[in-house]
Design a protein around this ligand. Sequence first.
Ligand code: F6P
Length: 318
Amino acid sequence: MRVAIMGSGGDAPGMNPAIKRFVEAAFAFDMEPYFVFDGLEGLIDERISKASYEDVAGIIHRGGAIVGSSRSERWYEYKYRKKAYENLRKAEIEALVVMGGDGSFKAMKLFLEEFDFAVIGIPTTIDNDIFGTDISLGADTALNVIRDAIDKIRDTASTFSRAFVIETMGRECGYLAAVSAVTSGAEVCVIPEVSFDIESATKILKEEIKRGRRYILAVVAEGTGKTEEIVKWLKDDIGMETRLSVLGHIQRGGNPTVKDRLLGSGFALESIKALARGDRDRVVVYSDSRFSTLSFDSVLSQKYIIDEEILSMLNFSG
Ligand code: F6P
């Protein structure tokens, strides 16, 4: 049986460890591993090739993905999805493992509805916004990149007695911001999931400044759209010199952490096991320290919710 792996949408650290294990596990299960390069765009344009052990040697520690990735607009036209299906048939590939987020899973669900094919999803996004899995591939490395950045920002903030607003990625989800605020001891955290009580935060911060607070760290999730507002508030109402640091795409890069290497390996192995069982429409999830699978439908029809325990650790929110 020929099986192919591909990335889709925003890349995330941990994809290379997953690709390596996919190839190794495929051989172990008597399957023939293939790569689809450059995501759905590459699938449409027939950028498909056979994978070997040599291809995946020395990649486990590297961020990004050796197979590339893309966001595809063409995919939403039927003729291109048909072309992708024909390309897979031509290469005699019977199953596809897709590392991607919600958008990519929606794209695959569409494909599954139209064509008789086996697709297994691996939740891959730094945003950690996928239902059914406690953690998605790449989120842990992104959290560590953010931790490193905030540690450095704290050095200058505390020396220079300034407030810093640090904007994190995550789309509509505040997971990266919430966990980063807790683990970096930020005074302020603004996320889409919780309404920010500006009055109470003003009162607390002003009181703390009176008692000697010299600097403030505020972590704001991009999905709130409130970054500039928080900068203005710290400057004008709290009265502290304020700087903004938008972390941007550095959050998507870097060597995968131990956790992301393990997760990548586990997700990939589970995807091969699912195919060996004959599964045709599943997403591998990691929940309560165990790998299992859910249908694309159930993952896509429900919303990821940040753990209450994490939210309860935030200082000013709610
Ligand atoms: O979904 C991953 C992500 O990095 C989001 O956190 C961010 O909003 C978006 O992708 C950025 O997309 P692009 O790389 O297309 O600018």
